[in-house]
Design a protein around this ligand. Sequence first.
Ligand code: SAM
Ligand code: DTB
Ligand code: SF4
Length: 334
Amino acid sequence: MSGIRYDWQELEIREVYNTPLLELIYQAASVHRQFHDPKQIQVCKLISIKTGGCPEDCSYCAQSSRYQTEVKPQALLDKETVVNIAQTAKQKGVSRVCMGAAWREVRDNSQFEKVLDMVKDVTDMGLEVCCTLGMLTTDQAKRLEAAGLYAYNHNLDTSAEYYSTIITTRTYSDRLNTIENVRQTNVTVCSGGILGLGESIEDRISMLHTLANLDPHPESVPINILSQVEGTPLENQPDVPIWDVVRMIATARIIMPTSDVRLSAGRARLSQVEQAFCFMAGANSIFSSDDNKMLTVTTPCPDYDADQEMLNLLGLEMRPPSQRPNRVATQVGV
Ligand code: SAM
Ligand code: DTB
Ligand code: SF4
């Protein structure tokens, strides 16, 4: 069965999302088994290479300079620090390292040169490297590609309709433009969203519709659960019910069958049973850590050893890094 479509209608996605729950999970699990090895989970490590002081006003974010949060701004880390964190992660079986910077956009300066250097060195360790650095031009995407970058993360976060309620300092088209710029290269695209911003179910469906009509689909789709950060406008949002998370994962799995669906922020508050439902519904990627945080102290992340134990218990295993080399990096012998 080929089954990969880029012409999903909102009506169809709504129908999938509203399928009776256990039937939805069963359908998603079946699709998952057609396109993926259901034993394998991709384990990723986040490194905040530049923390806080961001000029953007994303209402959920601990790193925006507009809000008073417990995050202390930190300048760009040096390469040795990043390589050391990546080495420990590799020893623990992690296959992807994702470097995040609290920037609005990449600038062509010495900081970007340093990031390119980090990408080269961590790629050389045999790890998949992902960056999330804000907006990017095609030229910058090409330079990251030449350094060996495997993936670029740029989330849509919510629907086009709801976007300006959450972020006013950039537009949905800015977001789509950067994704388009990454698509001019062989770097894979990672793009998803957040549940719990006060969005409606229609907003969730609209975001999934935008993602599933990108051709090709993003190779990975992170589903974040809002971590309510004190000091941000969304600090008092209620917790997202687990079944909403499961529905979102299952729908993403069915409409984007070859993509990796990543259970991202908010996993730390889920029980093993709840996480098992997410894996059953087609999630096949997680972030794990040894410093108890995602990017910042505001958002906890489960521990490598606890995750290994959970995977063992569920009969799952860590997926090795992709053998697909970045084409340009191979050509230039990076
Ligand atoms: N500055 C870059 C950008 O916005 O593209 C990259 C870093 S940003 C922290 C990456 C993503 O993390 C956001 O798009 C959002 O989906 C997620 N995120 C940030 N804060 C979050 C929170 N409090 N809860 C859940 N997800 C969050
Ligand atoms: C993604 O979708 N989620 C990760 C990663 N991509 C960059 C970030 C999770 C949120 C981190 C919030 C914090 O740690 O402050
Ligand atoms: Fe800045 Fe990214 Fe946080 Fe928005 S999500 S405030 S762009 S670090």
